[in-house]
Design a protein around this ligand. Structure first.
Ligand code: ARG
Ligand code: ZN
Length: 461
């Protein structure tokens, strides 16, 4: 028995420290098996929908929540393992009946009343209240998760901060739709991913509801609470509604960065196919320090002057990252390489010379420790390779196949995998289908590495 446990532990790193003692009846969870974050998630769960009710008061670092998860069992389940580093758990129900649970470390372990057979659909309801865990990304010291600042709260979760404010299967491979019910004091605005379906004042509080109908990874869900001005410019082509949330008093030049959203939507749709959601916009936080993040339908920005290229980058992630989500964190280049290459597509559409941009990417790549595009460590996820080697891989492919086929490859890849998780092999399947062996040969050395191929120069654009 001991030997067996040891073998299991080696094959699949434990989601909880081996020293953690569990209450009787509970077993240590194995994790989903992501190559970078093996402890996160549970491969036995397919969460299809999160219904989240969150109540918050700006200035108070506390959230009261109720999460109802609709789940499909992917195998027989005698224990349900969720990621949750959040506030104290008040109660847990499975299919409406109280269930035993243990909140240990960053896991919420739940015992259903009986074994849930593979294929069974069931719900888990978790009520909780308290202060979300402080979670810093060790790779870049960025604070992740639910963040309370002077004027309100916001969410910034990539890669693993979502489980600081709601219990979830916190791996990008398991996407889900969301219903959000947000409750904040009068005078404040709550805005979130998805379409606003309801807003009502009651007893000094504002209740607002959002529906995110298309599945997204948990890190892409966002909520912003603050004193905002909501700006809704005329709809972009294709009937996409644009709504931005700017903190009161945000300088006009900071807002102006986002004036080009309709034009950007048009240019990107021309390469990738239709924008994947009915709404888009940005929420600017009061914090000037944070990084911009591609939160679904509502990208998050710091309160400082950003470049149009960054605005464009986060918009491109709505296709690559949010709609087509990662099957594994090690292949995050499928997000960052595409969003970075989109910057070039935009620059080109604006009549700019793209040669300096390509040279800059190549120089940054040459300065960084070279690796192939599949990352092996968390600190590599957002390095120069994911962004610039990824972008240059796409450029090399484009120069080989030409613009017409390149557009066909991009739009087919998007159409085939939208709303699903992707691996590099999925992209290569499409590349091979349209471009044949020559196209695969052109992109191959960029993928495998570590040597950096020569910067492709010839081209017809
Ligand atoms: N995905 C973001 C962007 O490039 C970067 C996030 C980087 N850092 C982090 N700790 N998640 O738009
Ligand atoms: Zn990015």
């Amino acid at each position: 028995m001991k030997r067996l446990l040891l073998t299991l532990a080696l094959a699949c790193p434990p989601a909880l420290a081996q020293t953690t003692t569990l209450p009787p009846g509970f077993t240590a969870p194995a994790g989903y098996g992501d190559r970078i974050y093996p402890a996160l998630g549970d491969a036995g769960l397919d969460v299809t929908h999160y219904d989240l009710s969150l109540s918050a008061t700006p200035g108070v670092d506390s959230v009261a929540g109720r999460a109802v998860l609709s789940i499909l069992a992917r195998r027989d389940l005698s224990q349900i393992n969720l990621d949750f580093a959040g506030p104290g758990v008040l109660g847990v129900k499975v299919d409406g009946r109280a269930a035993r649970h243990a909140h240990v470390g960053d896991k919420l372990l739940i015992l259903p009343p009986g074994v849930l057979a593979a294929g069974t659909a069931f719900t888990v309801t978790v009520a909780y209240s308290g202060t979300p865990a402080l979670h810093i990304d060790p790779a870049d010291d960025l604070r992740l998760g639910w963040i309370t600042q002077a004027g309100g709260s916001y969410v910034l979760s990539e890669p693993d901060g979502a489980h600081t404010f709601f219990p979830c299967n916190d791996v990008p491979a398991d996407g889900a739709s969301y219903s959000l019910h947000l409750d904040v004091p009068a005078g404040f605005t709550a805005i979130a991913s998805g379409v606003q379906t309801h807003s009502q004042m009651r007893a000094g509080r504002v209740y607002t509801e959002f529906e995110q109908a298309a599945p997204i990874p948990s890190y892409a869900l966002t909520v912003h609470i603050g004193r905002f001005e909501r700006v809704t410019p005329p709809d972009a082509a294709g009937g996409i509604q644009i709504r931005n949330a700017f903190p009161l008093g945000l300088p006009a030049e900071v807002r102006a960065t986002f004036d080009q959203t309709p034009a950007m939507l048009g240019v990107l749709a021309g390469w990738f196919g239709p924008y994947p959601y009915p709404v888009y916009g940005v929420a600017v936080t009061e914090d000037p320090q944070i990084l911009a993040l591609e939160t679904a339908t509502l990208s998050t920005f710091p309160a400082r002057q950003e470049t149009p290229a960054t605005a464009l980058h986060e918009l491109a992630h709505q296709w690559f990252g949010d709609s087509l989500r990662l099957g594994d964190w090690s292949e995050v280049w499928l997000n960052e390489g595409f969003a970075t290459y989109a910057e070039l597509l935009w620059a080109q559409s604006q009549g700019q010379d793209t040669a300096p941009l390509l040279a800059r990417w190549y120089a940054r790549l040459a300065r960084a420790p070279a690796r192939g595009l599949v990352a092996t460590q968390a600190r590599q996820l957002f390095d120069a390779n994911s962004y610039y080697r990824g972008a240059l891989a796409l450029h090399a492919l484009r120069l080989k196949v030409g613009d017409a086929l390149f557009r066909q490859i991009l739009s087919t890849y998007v159409a085939r995998f939208s709303g699903q998780s992707v691996r590099t092999a999925d992209l290569l399947g499409v590349v091979g289908q349209f471009g044949g062996p020559a196209a695969l040969e052109a992109i191959g050395p960029w993928l495998t590495g570590p040597e950096i191929p020569a910067l492709p120069t010839t081209g017809t654009f």
